[in-house]
Design a protein around this ligand. Structure first.
Ligand code: ADP
Ligand code: ZN
Ligand code: ZN
Length: 659
C-alpha cells in the first residue's frame, strides 16, 4: 500500500504540516499533485508533499481524487519547504502562494483559454509575439565581460549605474539560456511600471512569453500561469510573486533592481523575492543574476565574500548622469525661506518649464510613523542603543525606539543644539501637488502615488500621460523613482531627503543612497544637461555625500561599521513579531507575557546566539483600531525559532523585515 503525506488547505497549523492518506489502487500521484481528501466534516483540497510505503500504524482515509497531472513541479516543492522554514510560515501557505487564486479554487483545470474574457490588461499587449528576434547591438566591452562572468559563475551580482546596459546583459544571458533549450525568469519590482521592459524582451528574444503580476485579472493570471506550467512560453517576466511560477527546465533567473522593497511580500508568507530567487536557482541549477545600481549592503557583502561573483558596468552607454546638487535646508531657514521648496529647486523647475522640459518632484512619505527633526542642526532624536530615529507616539506621550522599546518624553528643544525649531514629519504628496499647482498655474501637473493610481492600469495610464509629454511636472512617491526612461526629464527634485534618512529602520542610510542615485538616474537620458536637486538638512551625511558623487563603494565602507556595532544584517538576521489588540492594556500585557514565555523557551531549547528585545511599540503603534507591540529577534539561523514563536489571533511575524 502506498501512502501520501498531504498538506491540506483546511489545516494550516504549523505543528501539524501534513496528514497521511492512503493512495487508492489506480490513482497515480507524485509530490506536487493536487488532491482532494476527506478532512474534518467536509473535504479539502491539498498537495501531495511526499510518498512512502510505511504503514502509518493507524487507520487512515484514502485520497478521493487527484488531478491528471501534478500542479506543481518537483523543485517548487523543495522551494516551498525552504520558504516555510525561513519565513516561519505554515507549509500549506507557501504552497498556496505558488498557485493563482482561480486555479486554487479548482475552477480552472487548464483545459483551454476562456472565450469570455472581457477586459485585457494593457501590459499583456506588450507581451504579444512580434515575429523573429531582433538582432542585438554589439555589446560594450564591459557588457561582454559581464556576460562571460555569468557563463562562468552560477550566481552573479551585476552592479551597474542606471543606463549602463544591465537590461542588455540580461537579454544576452537569456539568449544564451534559450539557445541551450532552457527557460528564463525575469523579476522586476513593479512590472506595471515597466511595459517597455516587457516589450524589449519580447522584441529582442522573439519567443513566447508570459507576464505575471497582481494587476492582472484572476482569469488572466490563471491563463498566464498555465502557459508557463505547460511549457508554452520560454520566458516569464513578472513582479515578486512570479518567483513562484511553475517553469520547467529553468536555466536563468534575473532579478532587476535587487533589494527593492517591492520584492517583499506583505502577507504570509512574507517572503523577499530575491531570497527566494537564490533558493530557486539553487534548487533548479539555474544561473542567477542580481542586478542593481545600488545593491543592498547585505547583497554586496555576499559579493565581497565571494558567495556571488561580481560583474560591473561602471559607465552609461549613452548620455550622462544628472548632476546631483545638495541643497542645505538649514541655510534656507537661516535666510528666512520657510517654504518646502528651496529657491534653487523653484528656479530649476522654472527653467525646465521655459525650455519645455519635464520635471519630477519626489516626496517619500513612508507609512504614518513620525519622528522629530531639528530644522537648525538637522539631527533627529535617536535611540543611543540602536542608532535609529525614535518614533513619536502621541498615545504614549513621548518618543520610543521601535527596536528595543527605550522611551523618552518629547523634547521641547533640540537635545543637540538647543534650538526650538524642532518639527515632526512634513507634508504629503497630495499637499505638495496643491502647492505645485499654485506655484506654476500654467503647468500641467500629474501626481503618482498609491492613492492616485487606481485600478490595474492606473500607474500605467499616469506614466503614459507623462511619457508622451502631456504633462510638465510629475509629483510622486518612490513609485516614480523606478522604471521611467524619459527623454524630456531634465530636472528631478527630492523634496525631503531627511524623511527616508531618519526613517526608524536600520536600512535607512542605504535606502537614501539608493533613492538619490536612482532618482538622479531618471534624468539625463537625452544628453541634455540634467540636474537632481536633493533637499536636506543633513548635507554632510555620508549616504548623501556619496550619493552625490555616485560612489557606492565608499558608501558601503562607511555603512558597514554601524551594522556590525548594532547587530544588523549582514552581521545578524532580524525578525519582528507583532501583536495587536483593540484594548490597549490587553495588547501591552499579552505582548509582555509572550516575550517572557519566548525568552524562557529560548533558554529551555538551548537556542544560543539569538537575542530577544521588546516589547516595543510598533512603527505604527495604533493601526485600524488596534494597539500594536513588537518583539525583535536578532541572531544567526533564526529558522531555529520557527516553532517557538507565539502565533494565533493578533500575531504576525516578519523575518528579514523591509520597512
Ligand atoms: P540599464 O538596464 O542598466 O538601465 P539599459 O540596458 O536599459 O540599461 O540600457 C540603457 C540604454 O542604452 C538603452 O536605451 C539601451 O538600448 C542602450 N544600450 C545598452 N547597451 C547597448 C549597446 N551595447 N549598444 C547600444 N546601445 C545600448
Ligand atoms: Zn538641533
Ligand atoms: Zn533602541
Amino acid at each position: 500500500m502506498l501512502y501520501a503525506e498531504v498538506a491540506v488547505e483546511a489545516g494550516r497549523a504549523i505543528d501539524r504540516e501534513t496528514y497521511t492518506y492512503a493512495v487508492p489502487e489506480g490513482t497515480e500521484v507524485v509530490p506536487g499533485h493536487r488532491v482532494w481528501v476527506p478532512f474534518g466534516r467536509r473535504g479539502s483540497a491539498g498537495y501531495v508533499v511526499a510518498l512512502h510505503a510505511e504503514d502509518p500504524g493507524i487507520e487512515v482515509k484514502a485520497i478521493e481524487r487527484a488531478d491528471a497531472d501534478p500542479l506543481l513541479l518537483p523543485h517548487q516543492m523543495e522551494l516551498a519547504r525552504a520558504v516555510a522554514d525561513h519565513y516561519w510560515a505554515p507549509l500549506i501557505e507557501c504552497l498556496r502562494a505558488m498557485v493563482p487564486p482561480r486555479i486554487r479554487g479548482g475552477r480552472s483545470s487548464g483545459a483551454g483559454p476562456s472565450a469570455r474574457q472581457t477586459r485585457h490588461s494593457k501590459l499583456l499587449a506588450f507581451a504579444k509575439p512580434r515575429g523573429p528576434a531582433e538582432p542585438p547591438p554589439p555589446l560594450t566591452a564591459d557588457q561582454a565581460r559581464a556576460r562571460e562572468t555569468i557563463c562562468a559563475a552560477r550566481s552573479v551580482l551585476l552592479r551597474g549605474v542606471t543606463g549602463s546596459g544591465k537590461t542588455e546583459v540580461y537579454m544576452a544571458a537569456a539568449a544564451d539560456a534559450l539557445r541551450q533549450g532552457l527557460r528564463v525568469l525575469v523579476l522586476v519590482p513593479e512590472i506595471a511600471l515597466s511595459p517597455q521592459l516587457v516589450e524589449r524582451f519580447s522584441l529582442r528574444l522573439g519567443v513566447p512569453l508570459a507576464v505575471l503580476h497582481s494587476g492582472l485579472t484572476d482569469l488572466e493570471r490563471a491563463q498566464q500561469w498555465w502557459r508557463a506550467r505547460r511549457g508554452e512560453v520560454d520566458l516569464v517576466i513578472g513582479s515578486r510573486s512570479a518567483v513562484f511560477a511553475p517553469i520547467p527546465r529553468l536555466g536563468l533567473v534575473c532579478v532587476d533592481e535587487e533589494g527593492s522593497s517591492a520584492f517583499k511580500q506583505d502577507r504570509t508568507p512574507r517572503y523577499e523575492a530575491g531570497w527566494v530567487a537564490r533558493r530557486l536557482a539553487a534548487a533548479t541549477g539555474a544561473r542567477l543574476v542580481l542586478g542593481s545600481a545600488t545593491p543592498t549592503v547585505a547583497t554586496y557583502s555576499e559579493a565581497r565574500s565571494g558567495a556571488l561573483a561580481l560583474a560591473e558596468l561602471p559607465a552609461r552607454v549613452r548620455g550622462q548622469a544628472a548632476e546631483v546638487e545638495l541643497v542645505d535646508m538649514r541655510e534656507e531657514l537661516r535666510r528666512g525661506h520657510r517654504m518646502p521648496l528651496s529657491r534653487r529647486l523653484l528656479e530649476a523647475v522654472d527653467v525646465a518649464l521655459r525650455n519645455e522640459e519635464q520635471s519630477i518632484l519626489f516626496l517619500n512619505r513612508r507609512g504614518g510613523a513620525t519622528f522629530v527633526l531639528c530644522r537648525e542642526c538637522g539631527r533627529s532624536v535617536q535611540c543611543l542603543g540602536c542608532s535609529v530615529s525614535m518614533v513619536e507616539h502621541p498615545e504614549l506621550e513621548g518618543l520610543s525606539c521601535h527596536y528595543c522599546g527605550y522611551w523618552r518624553p518629547l523634547p521641547t528643544s533640540c537635545p543637540y543644539c538647543g534650538s526650538l525649531h524642532i518639527r515632526n514629519l512634513g507634508l504629503g504628496t497630495q499637499r505638495l501637488e496643491g502647492m505645485v499647482r499654485k506655484l506654476w498655474p500654467e503647468a500641467r501637473v500629474l501626481r503618482l502615488d498609491r492613492d492616485a493610481a487606481r485600478g490595474p492600469d492606473g500607474y500605467f495610464d499616469i506614466l503614459e500621460t507623462f511619457a508622451s509629454h502631456r504633462a510638465d511636472i510629475l509629483v510622486g512617491t518612490q513609485l516614480v523613482a523606478r522604471g521611467l526612461d524619459l527623454e524630456a526629464v531634465t530636472t528631478v527634485g527630492v523634496v525631503d531627503a531627511d524623511l527616508p534618512l531618519f526613517f526608524p529602520d536600520y536600512r535607512s542610510a542605504e535606502v537614501v543612497f539608493a533613492l538619490v542615485t536612482q532618482v538622479a538616474g531618471r534624468a539625463g537620458r537625452s544628453g541634455r544637461p540634467a540636474r537632481a536637486i536633493v533637499q536636506t538638512s543633513n548635507p554632510d551625511h555620508y549616504s548623501l555625500r556619496h550619493a552625490q558623487t555616485g560612489d557606492y563603494e565608499a558608501f558601503y565602507l562607511d555603512e558597514l561599521p554601524s551594522r556590525q556595532a548594532f547587530h544588523f544584517p549582514p552581521y545578524a538576521e532580524l525578525a519582528v513579531l507583532t501583536y495587536g489588540h483593540a484594548d490597549a492594556d490587553r495588547a501591552a500585557t499579552t505582548a509582555r507575557e509572550a516575550t517572557e514565555r519566548l525568552a524562557a523557551a529560548l533558554v529551555r531549547e538551548r537556542v544560543d546566539g539569538v537575542q530577544l528585545q521588546g516589547p516595543s511599540p510598533a512603527f505604527i503603534h495604533r493601526l485600524r483600531g488596534e494597539y500594536r507591540w513588537q518583539l525583535t529577534l536578532r541572531g544567526e539561523r533564526l529558522e531555529r525559532v520557527r516553532t517557538l514563536v507565539p502565533r494565533g489571533r493578533g500575531w504576525s511575524h516578519d523575518v528579514d523585515p523591509v520597512a
